[in-house]
Design a binder for this molecule. Structure first.
Ligand code: HEC
Length: 195
């Protein structure tokens, strides 16, 4: 979000700063027949607004492409094998996730590692350590579950947006991935274009 703000602000400010230059440009143009008419000024104004549109289009393109790539390619841009990320994620997992998903993400209940419903109607928090289903989800889906919360509205798995930065969410996922057996990590990375 803040990225978008930055993109929008800087180009919007730039043409304003240059406004006096443009006014000067139109002065010599007054000697040409086309520019002597009010239409001449109109052309200059149109040229200016045209360049503004180009700048705006460029900004939108950058923001849109950045957003799409940022979403679709977030995983290759994050090194999930980075020991620093894994260590950071381990601490965050202990503080934020362990109460439900259990130590080392072994699941809330050893008899319900796959999740499912408790007698009281709640969901069991499943294992995330490679013994259950989490590794079947592509990285962008895992990221979205942690950031936005479970699609199931009655789930206790709510999103961490606003409470964790994106980097922190990635680090928790890096930690979770580090708990998977090497062979599973390899298959997962291959299937998701991570290696
Ligand atoms: C209050 C309990 C609770 C907390 C805290 C919690 N979760 Fe969950 N989580 C659940 C439950 C329950 C489910 C299963 C139901 C569902 O998917 O909606 C779940 C599902 C998930 C899934 C999907 C697993 C799958 O196999 O589909 C992921 C990934 C996940 N949690 C990650 C995390 C991470 C990472 C944290 C900490 C940042 C966390 N959870 C904190 C309760 C919790």
């Amino acid at each position: 979000m803040s990225k978008h703000g930055k993109h929008k602000n800087s180009p919007a400010g730039a043409p304003d700063g240059k406004a006096p230059d443009h006014a000067d440009d139109t002065a010599p143009a007054d000697s040409t027949p086309a520019a002597r008419t009010p239409g001449g000024r109109g052309n200059a104004a149109r040229r200016l607004s045209g360049s503004r549109w180009v700048a705006l289009a460029a900004v939108i393109t950058v923001v849109v492409i950045g957003g799409v790539l940022g979403f679709a390619q977030f995983s290759p841009s994050v090194n999930y094998s980075d020991p620093r990320m894994i260590a950071m994620g381990e601490g965050l997992f202990a503080t934020n996730c362990q109460a439900c998903h259990g130590p080392q993400a072994k699941g809330e209940s050893p008899f319900n590692v796959m999740g499912g419903r408790k007698p009281n109607g709640d969901y069991w928090a499943p294992a995330l350590n490679g013994t259950a289903h989490a590794w079947h989800h592509p990285p962008d889906m895992l990221f979205s579950i942690v950031k936005k919360g479970s699609p199931a509205q009655d789930s206790r798995m709510r999103g961490w947006e606003g409470r964790m930065t994106e980097e922190e969410i990635h680090s928790v996922l890096a930690y979770v991935r580090s708990l998977w057996p090497e062979e599973l990590r390899y298959r997962y990375d291959k299937a998701n274009g991570l290696r």
